[in-house]
Design a protein around this ligand. Structure first.
Ligand SMILES: Nc1ncnc2c1ncn2[C@@H]1O[C@H](COP(=O)(O)OP(=O)(O)O)[C@@H](O)[C@H]1O
Ligand SMILES: [Mg+2]
Length: 399
């Protein structure tokens, strides 16, 4: 092994076990013997910080300080450090460091660590406040929460019309918690029963625990309810569902740093078993973006486009009940309009208000049918008060 390779091996080992005083001292010794005194000092100090009374570290520190005080002098004598012994001692440490750095967890694909924060979510002050009170506050201040007898047991079920920011908000929650974010479609989980479903589910939760803190986000929560008839006929699927419920219960008290969030467009189809205490027993209504949210979304979709005379206030007022996805579609259509015109006339012209006026005649909010169903549920199927938020909304908006 060359000198450089030896240093690399030791640096990697220290990287993998930054708290190992022994490894730090070996690296510091190796660096000092090559006259890399300032880097040696860094590691020696780190070792002393972790073990202040370590006599080897104190001696080494004295040597390094002396060397740093003197001009560089030719090295004398041979090194008496046993490099092959050191190499074999650390060889088992090297591989894991690389595996962790470069290979994503094979069990959960698409895991990410969102940098998105609640501040990136436009408007929706009430949703943010509810998240803060129900989840983020207690998690950030566990002692205070305990003093108030406030528990963060169980998960939160986000519901509302499609394309209105449920997934977006769930990612922002992970961002706020500095947690990894795994999105799992319930339909996919249920389809697992064909294979080794119970094992797969176990692996998903095990991976989440390994990667804690982590937000496990279950999308399309209603898929389970919709498959209820299939559920009755298939013991395989029943086992999968039971397994899912068990796993949810076991991470439910958040002791392990696995936080569960779920989303659905049709909460009324969500299986009651999933809504039991400690599971997804709290609901959070995510309505179509309010005016400040619409402004943020419109700005985002128009930011890199040629614009002229755009009045955002007018657009915001003209797009009530538009979902985030509808707003994206609106901006896309206005852009196409301006482009088609540019091609026709042979002169490039920016996107202007007339383009929006034209496309607003065609593009309508997609949330209408959802509100129709939701109103019926709020009026006629709200005996347990689950949909009081919806009821309040309908009353206030006179819809
Ligand atoms: N309040 C908001 N602030 C900023 N962007 C938003 C907001 N609400 C929705 N969006 C945008 O709308 C898109 C669609 O939302 P999404 O979370 O996928 O909807 P859902 O999960 O409810 O179907 C998001 O990717 C995001 O770009
Ligand atoms: Mg979604």
């Amino acid at each position: 092994m060359s000198d450089d390779a030896e240093l690399r091996a030791l640096r990697t080992a220290v990287g993998a076990q930054p708290d190992s005083v022994d490894l730090r001292l070996r690296l510091a010794t190796a660096l000092a013997s090559r006259d890399h005194h300032s880097e040696a000092l860094e590691h020696c100090t780190a070792a002393l910080g972790r073990d202040p009374g370590n006599s080897q570290a104190v001696t080494l520190l004295q040597q390094i300080s002396a060397a740093l005080a003197e001009p560089a002098k030719p090295k004398t004598g041979k090194q008496n450090f046993d490099w092959s012994a050191a190499e074999s001692e650390v060889s088992h440490l090297i591989e894991p460091a690389f595996v962790q750095d470069f290979e994503p967890d094979p069990v959960i694909e698409g895991a990410e660590r969102p940098t998105l924060r609640l501040a990136d979510v436009g408007g929706m002050a009430e949703v943010k406040q509810r998240l803060e009170l129900a989840l983020l506050g207690p998690l950030r201040n566990p002692e205070l929460a305990k003093a108030f007898g406030k528990s963060v047991r169980g998960g939160l079920l986000l519901y509302g019309p499609p394309g209105c920011g449920k997934t977006f908000i769930a990612r922002a929650v992970a961002g706020e918690l500095g947690a990894s974010f795994y999105a799992i479609g319930i339909a996919d989980v249920l389809d697992m029963w064909i294979g080794n479903s119970e094992r797969n589910l176990k692996e998903i939760f095990a991976a989440a625990r390994r990667n804690a803190p982590c937000v496990l986000f279950f999308d399309e929560m209603d898929a389970l309810g919709q498959k209820r008839s299939q559920l009755r006929n298939s013991s395989g699927m029943r086992n999968t569902v039971n397994q899912l419920l068990n796993e949810l219960d076991s991470v439910g008290n958040n002791n392990e740093g696995v936080f569960t969030l779920a989303a659905t467009n049709h909460p009324w189809d969500v299986d009651v078993a999933l809504r039991r205490p400690g599971r997804f027993d709290r609901m959070l209504l995510v309505l179509p973006p309010d005016p400040p949210a619409r402004e943020v979304i419109l700005r985002y979709h128009l930011k890199d486009r040629p614009l002229s005379g755009i009045n955002l206030d007018v657009l915001v007022r003209a797009t009530e009940d538009f979902s985030g996805a509808d707003l994206a579609h609106l901006c896309e259509s206005a852009t196409e309009q301006a482009m088609a015109d540019s091609i026709r006339t042979g002169t490039v012209r920016p996107i202007g208000m007339p383009d929006f006026t034209t496309v607003l005649r065609e593009v309508k909010p997609s949330t209408g049918p959802w509100f129709t169903t939701a109103r019926n549920v709020a009026m006629f199927a709200n005996s347990d008060g689950s949909y009081d938020d919806l009821l309040k909304y309908f009353k206030a908006s006179k819809k």
